[in-house]
Design a protein around this ligand. Structure first.
Ligand SMILES: N[C@@H](CCC(=O)N[C@@H](CS)C(=O)NCC(=O)O)C(=O)O
Length: 252
């Protein structure tokens, strides 16, 4: 099986896919896109992924886009050596419900502090016109960029995003409590754990790990995911924002 992964080291969505490929010990060719330079908006890449975002997986000529879809696809075409999908249909449904929640809540919310803290200096240096045409060029993220503007998200938008992240931790805590942990759905990690991993790692990278200092089950979950053999090869040097952007300010 030949896998080509178009991705970016620090992209949270890409990290989900790298984790599953590494856990399954599937060799893959990694094509690294420079998202700040706009590689994801070049015609050749848009022909693969019309959303103009990473990741994209090409597997023996089949193009698969969207990280949640890609990780489910990988678990279907290569169920071993470690499967991340429960056998029971009700458990599978619970996993997918968690994945939808994660895509809607933390995966979206974590972009707000990420952009304000790491990427803003680049946008602030643009003229109003440059920024408008930059936002216009993004098929999926035009409105997000315009809402942020060159000056970044407001304090109110930041606190809304942080509240959504706090509510995610509460949801994780209750899933871990109900399943007995240490993972969201019990003794084994599922794709729901993989889906939420990059948001939690990003929060820690931004200094927001203080948000779970009173939540031992989240701390245990975080230790468990970092101890997974796929974690280290996924988070190679340059995958954390703090490794790439020395100016990064911490929130916590
Ligand atoms: N739902 C998509 C979202 C992909 C996405 O937002 N990717 C970000 C990086 S994590 C990206 O490529 N951003 C580039 C841009 O906004 O221009 C997925 O999970 O694959």
């Amino acid at each position: 099986m030949a896998f080509v992964l178009y991705n970016a080291p620090q992209s949270t969505c890409s990290q989900r896919v790298r984790f599953v490929l590494n856990a399954k010990k599937l060799p893959f060719e990694e094509v690294k896109l420079d998202l700040l330079a706009g590689d994801q908006l070049k015609p050749d890449y848009l022909a693969l992924n019309p959303n103009g975002v990473v990741p994209t997986l090409v597997h023996d000529g089949a193009v698969v886009i969207d990280s949640s879809v890609i990780v489910e696809y990988l678990d279907e075409v290569s169920p071993g050596p470690e499967s991340f999908t429960p056998k029971e249909p009700a458990e599978r449904a619970a996993m997918r419900a968690l994945m939808r929640f994660i895509d809607e809540m933390p995966a979206a919310a974590v972009r707000v502090p990420t952009f304000n803290l790491a990427f803003l200096p680049r946008f602030a240096a643009m003229s109003e016109e440059e920024f408008a045409s930059f936002a216009e060029s993004k098929p999926l993220r035009k409105e997000f960029m315009l809402a942020m503007g060159r000056k970044g998200f407001s304090e109110k938008e930041m606190s809304t995003a942080l509240d959504r992240l706090a509510r995610t931790l509460v949801r994780m805590e209750s899933a871990i409590g109900a399943s007995g942990g240490p993972w969201l759905q019990g003794a084994r990690p599922t794709l729901a754990d993989v889906a939420v991993m990059p948001a939690i790692v990003r929060m820690a990278d931004l200094g927001l790990d203080t948000m779970w200092k009173e939540k031992p089950s989240i701390a245990r979950w975080f230790d468990a995911i970092r101890a997974h053999p796929a974690f280290k090869p996924t988070y190679y040097f340059g995958s954390l924002l703090s490794e790439r952007f020395p100016h990064l300010k911490k929130l916590g």
